[in-house]
Design a protein around this ligand. Structure first.
Ligand SMILES: *[C@@H]1O[C@H](CO)[C@@H](O)[C@H](O)[C@H]1NC(C)=O
Ligand SMILES: *[C@@H]1O[C@H](CO)[C@@H](O)[C@H](O)[C@H]1NC(C)=O
Ligand SMILES: *[C@@H]1O[C@H](CO)[C@@H](O)[C@H](O)[C@H]1NC(C)=O
Length: 201
């Protein structure tokens, strides 16, 4: 489902780049280093911008979980199903592979990174889509691993981004950019925040 939706937008692969970061801190084997955190961030980037199942198996834990109502919104095209909002989006590495595997590569630039000794790694990112750029934040909880090539595997992802603009880019939502921002009803258009309609809880 997700693949059909995102397949509508084909983008070039972004080059892996070292993000602009905090000052390097001395660490040891039980504590993530700056370089290891950068690698974790770039590993996730590569799963978005240059996906392969082999990379997913190298970078993610088997019990990987990805929570993202933004991704769910793309899967559902803004409707309430089939994927429920507020629930885990991909509940295993295998389900992430099945969802991500058929995607075209998506441009993905890391804007900032923060990290802590035992994880998480947190990034702010941007995707140079047209007509609207998409910006998001990701918190990645990690787990120390000594069995493979990666010292830190990504175990849980909490990822939210501007899925409104992404749906516009896909043509799922067509905004009326000449609509009156003061209209109480009628076509959705440019509105200042203070005149956004009040929603009933
Ligand atoms: C590693 O560094 C952390 C943070 O400075 C420290 O708490 C921990 O005791 C160190 N571990 C070892 C094995 O040196
Ligand atoms: C990648 O893994 C997923 C999940 O196991 C599978 O559905 C898909 O066919 C795999 N893709 C390739 C190219 O092997
Ligand atoms: C966009 O909004 C304007 C102002 O309300 C309206 O006149 C116009 O018909 C709308 N266009 C479309 C395509 O809905």
């Amino acid at each position: 489902m997700r693949s059909t939706i995102i397949a509508a937008a084909a983008f070039a692969v972004g080059a892996l780049a070292t993000p602009t970061l905090l000052t390097k801190r001395g660490c040891n084997d039980t504590c993530m280093t700056f370089d290891q955190a950068t690698t974790v961030a770039n590993n996730f980037k590569s799963l978005i911008s240059a996906y392969s199942n082999a990379s997913a198996e190298e970078y993610l834990t088997v019990d990987f979980n990805d929570y993202s109502d933004s991704v769910t919104t793309l899967i559902d095209s803004g409707c309430t199903g089939p994927q429920p909002l507020g629930a885990v989006t991909f509940d295993s590495r295998e389900s992430f592979e099945a969802g991500q595997g058929n995607q075209p590569n998506i441009p993905f630039e890391i804007l900032n990174m923060w990290y802590a000794c035992t994880g998480p790694v947190v990034i702010r990112w941007r995707s140079a889509q047209t007509p609207n750029i998409v910006t998001g934040n990701i918190v990645m909880e990690t787990e120390r691993d000594t069995t493979g090539s990666e010292p830190w595997l990504i175990k849980t992802v909490y990822s939210e981004f501007n899925s409104g603009d992404w749906l516009v880019n896909l043509g799922v939502f067509v905004p009326n950019c000449t609509a009156s921002g003061n209209a109480a009803s009628g076509p959705v258009g440019k509105k200042v925040k203070r005149s956004l309609p009040v929603r009933m809880m």
